[in-house]
Write a protein that binds this ligand. Structure first.
Ligand code: CDV
Length: 309
């Protein structure tokens, strides 16, 4: 048994006017709750430090850059790393990253229990659009503000297991889990900000959004025999509602914990990483069962192209 007590630390809404210091104080309060419940690993959402700013159309680069972190840890986030180190809790959280070369990414980091960053992932499947779209009920401008991630889907040895990260929309793409599955991943963390309504189809509301979210995370877990810890930023940010539904999912694809609010809320589970072994050595023993000679189209072709009639 390799037990990792893992806390999914859902965050309620962050308004445009909220300061980084206020948000970090909320994160520390959640971290302390996780510590009291004996967690040694705590996962926060995508873009955990700010409101989900890609819903706002901006043309002025300094205005955009105010949502980004040029340093990690930086002056605002140092207290979070310090507290995590004191409590000996490894953490993962998402933020908007501005590199020294001036590149912008939607990023997640992973630390060890000493508060050292041992892993970084930059979101690869950026949803939305890059120009103002008057047809949508609201904007989703990730393609405007971020570059697609350039680090692939790496995994890291941490906390006695093999860990990887995805960010939000990545969870809808089976290839993302599979690339990590092929590296033996045992726990995938994933932060998300998912609007409660589809901006291009008003009929698709929170129940459908939660259905697709669970479906994507549960199938990724089952088909790769890995734990998945999916953590929301939820509730109404500056008038825009987002789903909750943070999840801890076992390697059979079963939900073992789920949040019930759209506020700051912890769920926790003692995840046995050895529970991944059965699936990885039987039905999803990739070495014995995968037929890569038939998968070439997956990397050769991006868009769907039906055969000629
Ligand atoms: N932040 C996201 O990546 N949100 C997407 C929305 C736009 C569908 C998601 O997959 O939840």
């Amino acid at each position: 048994m390799r037990e990792l007590v893992t806390a999914a630390l859902q965050m309620g809404p962050i308004q445009k006017a909220d300061s980084r210091a206020d948000v970090v104080a909320r994160m520390i309060a959640l971290l302390e709750q996780a510590h009291q419940a004996k967690a040694t690993f705590a996962v926060f959402p995508e873009l955990a430090l700010t409101t989900f700013f890609p819903r706002w159309y901006m043309e002025d680069q300094p205005e955009v850059d105010q949502w980004f972190e040029a340093q990690m840890p930086g002056p605002d986030t140092a207290p979070l790393f310090e507290r995590a180190r004191e409590l000996k809790i490894a953490i993962s959280f998402g933020y908007a990253e501005l590199t020294a070369e001036g590149q912008h990414f939607n990023t997640s980091i992973l630390t060890n229990r000493e508060g050292e960053i041992i892993g970084k992932y930059r979101k690869i499947h950026l949803p939305g659009h890059s120009e103002f779209d008057s047809e949508r009920a609201f904007q989703h401008l990730e393609k405007r503000y971020f570059l697609p991630g350039d680090l692939g889907f790496p995994v890291w040895h941490n906390l006695g297991g093999i860990m990887g990260m995805l960010i939000c929309n990545d969870r809808r793409w089976p290839e993302a889990y599979r690339v990590m599955g092929l590296q033996g991943v045992e726990m995938v963390t994933l932060g998300f900000n998912t609007p409660s309504v589809n901006s291009q189809m008003g009929d698709e509301g929170p129940q459908d959004r939660l259905f697709h979210h669970r479906l994507s995370c549960q199938s990724g877990a089952y088909q790769n025999s890995t734990w998945v810890v999916a953590v929301a930023k939820a509730g109404i940010e500056d008038g825009h509602p987002m789903i909750g539904g943070s999840l801890i999912i076992d390697p059979n694809g079963k939900i073992v914990a789920e949040t019930t609010t759209e506020a700051d809320e912890m769920i926790i589970h003692a995840c046995d990483l050895d529970a991944c072994n059965f699936g990885k050595t039987t039905i999803f023993d990739f070495k014995r069962h995968r037929r890569t000679e038939h998968y070439k189209l997956i990397t050769e072709r991006t868009g769907a192209k039906p055969p000629a009639a």
